[in-house]
Design a protein around this ligand. Structure first.
Ligand SMILES: CC(C)(COP(=O)(O)OP(=O)(O)OC[C@H]1O[C@@H](n2cnc3c(N)ncnc32)[C@H](O)[C@@H]1OP(=O)(O)O)[C@@H](O)C(=O)NCCC(=O)NCCS
Length: 215
């Protein structure tokens, strides 16, 4: 067989250059990663400018089923904690559009029991962004299905960390705070972060033996 003559490269036969724009396929990206697809403009432009608090807002509704309750027909605390974690993760995901993990949830106090058949409403939003970490506030309300009366079950502050593709902490987009309420939440979140970091440093010192009781 005679070797083929080399094909002369023309505009029609040339391979596309590596830098040629690749069409964006949101549905494919979402399936492949298991995380919400990221539109290119959201991934770059918006994250540079920052994102408003409302972009992270979450409202979740659940009805308390028998499997969610203890022998006194009241919801398990762990069930509420799991819903809090989920709502916080969704708020952080909506803000960062990256993978996120829960680093810490501040102490939880259950103020009111929630009964079987009642409706749980969880409201979550990013309060502040620091570097890779964000504080997400979650408020849990219970609603009597027959009267519509609502009660405050508990509130929680979750520290969520944005991760890069290799699983390392990565800077999250800035939070654009506009209203007085948003500014107050951001300020208070900053105070709580200082307390957490102080506690973390103390615990690290104690773990390495550098902490003496009574100090
Ligand atoms: C959270 C985690 C990513 C932090 O990683 P790390 O190597 O300690 O990284 P860093 O010290 O740089 O912390 C990253 C950010 O988290 C913050 N952070 C971590 N632990 C914190 C704590 N206990 N309190 C407050 N902030 C904390 C840091 O302040 C930092 O925030 P910043 O970037 O805004 O300044 C890592 O500890 C981890 O993967 N933990 C497991 C998370 C997980 O799997 N959760 C699901 C439940 S098991």
């Amino acid at each position: 067989m005679r070797p083929r003559a080399p094909v002369k490269s023309t505009r029609a036969t040339r391979r596309p250059r590596r830098s040629a724009p690749v069409p964006y396929l949101p549905a494919v990206a979402a399936c492949a990663s298991g995380f919400p697809a990221r539109a290119p403009e959201e991934a770059t432009v918006k994250s540079e400018r920052g994102k408003p608090s409302r972009a992270s807002h979450v409202e979740m509704t659940e009805i308390v089923m028998p499997a969610d309750t203890n022998q006194h027909d009241r919801v398990w605390g762990g069930r509420v904690m799991s819903l809090i974690d989920k709502a916080a993760a969704i708020a952080a995901l909506r803000h960062s559009r990256t993978h996120v993990v829960t680093a810490l949830v501040d102490g939880l106090e259950f103020k009111q029991p929630v009964r079987r058949g009642h409706i749980l409403r969880l409201l979550a939003a990013v309060n502040a962004v620091f570097g890779s970490s964000m504080e997400v506030g979650v408020k849990v309300l219970s609603e009597d299905p027959l009267t519509g009366e609502q009660a405050h079950c508990c509130s929680a502050y979750a520290t969520m960390v944005s991760l890069d593709a290799a699983g390392r902490p990565a800077r999250a987009p800035r939070l654009l705070v506009r209203t007085a309420e948003e500014r107050r939440r951001e300020r208070e979140a900053g105070q709580r972060r200082r307390d957490r970091l102080r506690r973390r440093a103390r615990e690290a010192k104690r773990a390495t033996g550098g902490y003496s009781r009574g100090r």
